[in-house]
Structures are given as C-alpha cells and as structure tokens.
Design a protein around this ligand. Structure first.
Ligand code: SAM
Length: 254
C-alpha cells in the first residue's frame, strides 16, 4: 500500500461545516442580498480564494455594493483562516445619485475633497435603477449600511473590511509592504477605469496571484478592451481564462 493512501482507512468525524457543500452555504447566504453576481461566479470566486490561501497577501474586492461577492470571499477567508478581504467601494448614498438629461442615472461621491464619479459613461437605465437600486435606499440609509448589515449577518466582520473610496485612495492608504494574492475587479466598467484599476492592482499583486473581472466578455466593450490590452496581451499574465459567463481570471507572472 503506498504511504499516501494510509489516511484512507483513517476514521474521523468531520463536523457539519466541513462536509456541508460550500455551494449550498453560499446560495443560502446570498439569497436575500441585492446584487448582480450569479451563484456560479460566487462559487468560482470562493474556490480561487480558497485554493490560493498558501500565497502571501490579502484579497481586494473593488465594487462591493451590498456584499454578495464579499460574502463568498469572506467565507473562504474564514475557512482558510489568515486573509483579510478589503472591500473598496464608493458606497453611494441616495443623494449622491443624479438623473441625466436622457433619464438615466449616474452618481458622484466626495472622497477626501475629490469628487469621484461612477456610471458616467455606462449610465444606469431608469428601469433597473427603479427596480434594483432605489429599493435598497428604502431599507437602508446608504449602501455602506446595507453592506455592513450583510457582513454582520454572515458573521464575517473579522474577515471583511469595507473601505469607502476608489482604488486611488485605497492605494494611498495602505502600509508599506502591503500585498495582494487575489483581486476581484467589479467597479466602474469604462475602459479608462478598468485600465487604471489593473495598473494599481499590479503594484500589489504577488507573483502567482490572481486578478479576476466581473462583466468580462459579456456586455461591456470597455472591460473587454482593458482586459485584452493590459492582461491577455501584456505578457505579464498566464492562465488567462473566462471561467463563467462573465467572470474572467488570470494569474500574474510577476
Ligand atoms: C456591480 S456593483 C458590484 C456588485 C458586487 N460585486 C456584488 O457581488 O453584488 C459595482 C459597484 O462598484 C462601485 N463603484 C463604481 N465605480 C467605482 C469606483 N470608481 N471606485 C469604487 N467603487 C466603484 C459601485 O458603487 C457599486 O457598488
């Protein structure tokens, strides 16, 4: 009998949390969290965060909204035990939103005296705004409050930290030596914004670390162009792959 098979005869009594499928747990946890990340994408994010736990560095999420994807990443951090999830978002309040001349919506948030706009290029149509966004403000004072409620309800406050700002303000605030083993980009979907986000993430990503993009190669031409130019064609990444309908991942070569 090869030595590696010895454990197969070992009898143990794993607790329920070890044997309950993570897919089931994620599905239950996010059932009532507003947002747009589908279950297959959440399970994929969990798996990357879980399987890369032996790399140094923390995990960054850019674009958290009410916390759907943060819960999946936070669960991985809780199980693996040693990673922080930094959730960077402008966390807009109701009054930060404004209606454009064509009836669509955008918002701008004051970050340390600097106005940071979002959805200026890819504006939000009135119908999804009224259906998906306005109701959150009827329940919560703002998106940060909704996010905090999600994280507390799932027992993840030790793992998940919200940071109100954009990547520029976040990068300016981190301690020397800060590094990332995984980054999930789901903020502003314009070409300029995603290109800039990739450049900032690369300053902190460790060799072998993962960069992941929501809404890739599905709907947003700017997201696709930025990924193509600065990830796929850059020569700095390998294992570039679309993993689900809208989640693209790549491994940083350093
Ligand atoms: C699609 S939502 C994120 C959804 C979330 N990942 C989920 O699973 O439900 C995009 C988020 O990006 C944020 N955002 C947009 N532009 C941003 C920017 N420049 N910096 C930081 N956050 C931004 C918005 O406030 C919004 O919460």
């Amino acid at each position: 009998m090869p030595t590696w098979s010895k454990n197969s005869s070992h009898k143990s009594n794993p607790d329920m949390t070890t044997t309950l499928p993570i897919a089931t747990r994620i599905e239950a946890a996010v059932a009532h969290i507003p947002g747009w990340s589908p279950i297959d994408q959440l399970l994929t994010l969990f798996t990357l965060a879980y399987a890369s736990a032996d790399l140094p560095g923390d995990i960054l999420e850019l674009g958290s909204w009410c916390g759907r994807s943060a819960v999946a990443l936070g669960m991985a951090a809780q199980i693996t035990g040693h990673t922080k999830i930094h959730c960077v978002d402008l966390f807009p309040e109701k009054n930060d939103w404004y209606r454009n001349a064509d009836g669509t919506y955008s918002f701008a948030v004051n970050i340390n005296g600097r106005m940071v706009g979002a959805y200026g290029e890819q504006t939000v149509w009135a119908e999804p705004y009224e259906r998906d966004i306005a109701p959150v403000y009827q329940r919560y004072a703002g998106i940060l409050e909704a996010f905090n409620a999600t994280i507390a309800a799932n027992g993840l406050t030790a793992q998940v930290t919200p940071v109100k700002g954009d990547l520029t303000s976040f990068a300016a605030s981190v301690a020397p030596g800060f590094s990332l083993r995984m980054a999930f980009i789901d903020g502003d979907h314009s070409y300029e914004a995603v290109s800039k986000d990739i450049a900032i993430v690369e300053r902190f990503l460790v060799p072998g670390g993962w960069i992941c993009f929501d809404d890739a190669f599905s709907t947003y031409a700017g997201v696709d162009q930025a990924i193509t130019e600065y990830v796929i064609d850059s020569g700095r990444y390998h294992l570039c792959q679309q993993l689900t309908r809208k989640l693209f991942v790549a491994r940083f070569s350093g």
